[in-house]
Ligand binder design. Structure first.
Ligand SMILES: Cc1cc2nc3c(=O)[nH]c(=O)nc-3n(C[C@H](O)[C@H](O)[C@H](O)COP(=O)(O)OP(=O)(O)OC[C@H]3O[C@@H](n4cnc5c(N)ncnc54)[C@H](O)[C@@H]3O)c2cc1C
Length: 651
């Protein structure tokens, strides 16, 4: 009889139990039975497939397993928590080093958490296509139940459907339930008659009629042993085969050995791959993955009742070196903390603070609850709208004739790798400068360099760079900016990223396209000294405060004194801020007048650009002329594009 040695009464090292009192009974154990007494056919062998829920607490799917059938669950014989390293993610998505690193750290951390509960346990890491992995595991480990947290994004749905069909054929029960969001996006869409929720108000109104958000689910106090875990023939199939282009090839500096075998190196089977095994050089970020760090940050935030209760996103500072918001997004993305833990943790803190006479409580949308609701709103939109991550075929995305749009062949397939746009050399140059953080606008450059280095920037910094690239000045398609964020953000999310890019480019969710962030005046609002610029653009560190966001306006003597000549040690601005802003607004006006979305026939058949060109011309290109005239007037007054701020200061 194989007995679980998971009888430890030691509570898992997860804080917050004092702040969150779940509605449920005390944490349960996944009790294991003695195999010897069981007939083979009565054995319950469970796989818990961890995906973006890399924690032990607040796992609704695990809770569903525990509550499913007390008698049946008492019989669990073997339990394997697994992670599948899917080649689809390793090759098909452009993922930066910082996100890989965060993921590997989070998996390692979870594996240790399992070991703390049962020294025979760990996170069993397998390397290959999930479908092939499950086919093998069901057979070799005699699996009877597979449990996972449901995902509603497009790729996961297709992948999971195949596994569900396979399991049905083999008589394996699948237990799955949503858990990544406050509400199941599919349920919200159903309640909204199949339509996406396009405003926070709409989302709130639909969900107010649904049952309250679940309380956090407790972690198990113990878990059973795994069964015999040898896997035969693990070199037999090409587990990691991937037919498409390896989009991460140029980042690799070493040989990628991840998929040499299903179980990893023979001397350390089922181990977490290293950056080296993936062929990657080390990451640069100082943001580290895992539940320990995630709960530390959560606890820190919840320990400050005033901060939680008066949290106001628009009033937080994008310019500060220490994050002025929670920096919980990477931990939420990978599920190192549960979304219900954050929600109810904040609720409890705010309630206490209110009772104690706290004043100045903020409301939705700017408070913390509003932030989490925005996340859900985008998830509902992504789940309901085909082609959410691009313009073509996207029913909510306004068509704007951006430069550097995705190109499609006559069958509607995107042309990849993307050809350089010879006709729009200027846009290509602007895009490269934006990506490298070499636009000559220190605020934009500091944000982009921080993003690349750390894998995270403040929300309003994301606003600034996205607005600049699209409707603010560069007039470049949001699809291109989104791709850079896809690659570099640790917290990349398939709904929040495209959703926010559409918002910032005034393509959907938001329509005040004429409100543009000033490249100097905006960062000045929260930091006149430019400390973020000094850190990420060290070549500018000696400039006086007055010129830190506009060094090209500094007299040569000051440039020399600051050890940085603009045009030599740091670029001149790549464009004229005011002129381009006016041009962008005028062109957007035409697109808004035409009012075609990405699924309009004229967009699909490629005629829309001609129509917009005509509109621009019918307006006699007056917009452009007007912008030029305005510029001349500004020059005549002796004002450069960025002078307003300086003048205001002098007054
Ligand atoms: C162009 C652009 C792209 C973005 N891409 C992503 C992305 O890929 N992944 C992502 O998680 N967020 C994205 N955001 C939203 C937002 O910027 C980040 O969630 C936030 O900055 C993360 O920092 P934080 O955890 O300190 O946030 P906090 O302000 O502390 O908020 C707490 C949590 O609320 C959620 N949240 C807050 N604001 C938003 C929002 N506008 N949309 C969705 N969720 C929100 C996040 O989960 C965040 O962690 C994007 C914003 C912009 C403007």
């Amino acid at each position: 009889m194989k007995k679980s040695n998971s009888k430890s009464t030691k509570k898992p090292e997860i804080p917050l139990t004092s702040l969150i009192k779940p509605d449920l009974t005390s944490p349960k154990s996944l009790k294991s039975n003695s195999i010897g007494k069981e007939k083979e056919e009565n054995k319950i062998n469970v796989i818990y497939w961890h995906r973006t829920d890399l924690r032990l607490k607040d796992l609704p799917a695990l809770n569903k397993l525990l509550n499913k059938n007390e008698n049946e669950i008492k019989k669990i014989n073997n339990f394997w928590p697994i992670w599948c390293f899917d080649p689809n993610y390793l090759y098909k998505h452009r993922v930066g080093l910082n996100r890989w690193n965060f993921l590997l750290e989070s998996i390692n951390n979870l594996s240790l958490e399992y070991k703390k509960l049962n020294k025979n346990q760990k996170l069993w890491v397998l390397r290959g296509k999930p479908f092939l992995i499950f086919k093998k595991l069901i057979k070799d480990w005699k699996i009877t139940h597979i449990v996972w947290e449901k995902d509603s994004n497009a790729y996961s749905k297709i992948r999971d459907e195949k596994i569900i069909t396979l399991a049905k054929e083999l008589g394996v029960e699948i237990i799955t339930t949503p858990g990544r969001h406050l509400y199941d996006p599919d349920e919200v869409i159903k309640a909204n008659k199949g339509k996406p929720t396009m405003t926070l108000h709409q989302w709130q109104s639909i969900t107010s009629k649904m049952k309250d958000i679940d309380k956090p689910f407790p972690a198990p106090e113990s878990i059973p042993d795994p069964g015999p875990s040898d896997l035969k023939d693990h070199h037999e199939e090409n587990w990691g085969e991937y037919e498409g282009i390896d989009l991460n090839a140029d980042v690799r500096t070493g040989k990628d050995t991840c998929f040499d075998s299903l179980t990893g190196p023979s001397d350390d089977p089922f181990s977490v791959p290293t950056m080296e095994q993936l062929g990657f050089p080390p990451a640069t970020t100082t943001i580290h993955g895992g539940t320990i760090e995630g709960y530390r940050r959560l606890k820190l935030f919840l320990s400050d009742p005033e901060k939680v209760s008066t949290f106001s996103k628009p009033h937080s500072a994008p310019t500060s070196l220490e994050p002025s918001t929670t920096l919980l997004s990477p931990y939420i993305k990978f599920g190192c903390i549960g979304i219900r833990e954050l929600w109810w943790g904040c609720k409890e803190v705010v309630e206490k603070w209110r009772k104690n006479g706290g004043k100045g409580e903020t409301k939705e949308p700017e408070n913390m609850f509003g932030q989490l609701q925005f996340r859900d709103m985008y998830a509902c939109a992504e789940a309901a709208i085909p082609n959410f991550e691009r313009i073509r075929g996207n029913s909510i995305c306004k068509y704007i004739d951006w430069s550097l749009q995705n190109q499609y062949d006559k069958n509607g397939n995107e042309i990849l790798p993307r050809p350089k746009d010879e006709k729009d050399e200027q846009a290509e140059k602007r895009f490269e400068a934006w990506k490298k953080g070499e636009t000559g606008f220190p605020w934009i450059d500091a944000c982009m360099r921080q993003l690349k280095y750390e894998g995270w920037i403040h929300h309003l910094a994301r606003h600034s760079v996205a607005c600049f690239l699209t409707r603010g000045q560069c007039y470049i398609s949001w699809e291109r900016g989104m791709e850079v964020f896809d690659e570099w953000l640790i917290d990349w999310d398939p709904a929040s990223n495209p959703g926010n890019w559409m918002w910032l480019s005034a393509s959907a969710f938001y329509s005040q396209y004429f409100r543009v962030y000033g490249l100097v005046s905006w960062p000045q609002k929260t930091d006149k000294t430019g400390e973020l610029v000094r850190k990420y653009c060290p070549e500018l560190k000696d400039f006086p405060d007055k010129y830190i966001y506009c060094p090209h306006l500094a007299p040569l003597t000051i440039q020399e004194k600051s050890n940085c000549i603009i045009g030599k040690n740091y670029p001149f601005p790549i464009l004229n801020e005011q002129l381009e802003k006016e041009l962008c607004i005028s062109k957007l006006k035409d697109s808004y007048k035409l009012n075609f979305n990405g699924n309009h026939l004229e967009v699909l058949n490629g005629n829309v650009n001609k129509k917009l060109k005509e509109l621009h011309e019918n307006n006699g290109n007056t917009h452009f002329k007007k912008s030029e005239e305005n510029e001349k007037k500004r020059k005549a007054k002796g004002e450069g594009a960025l002078d307003k701020f300086i003048k205001r200061e002098k007054k």
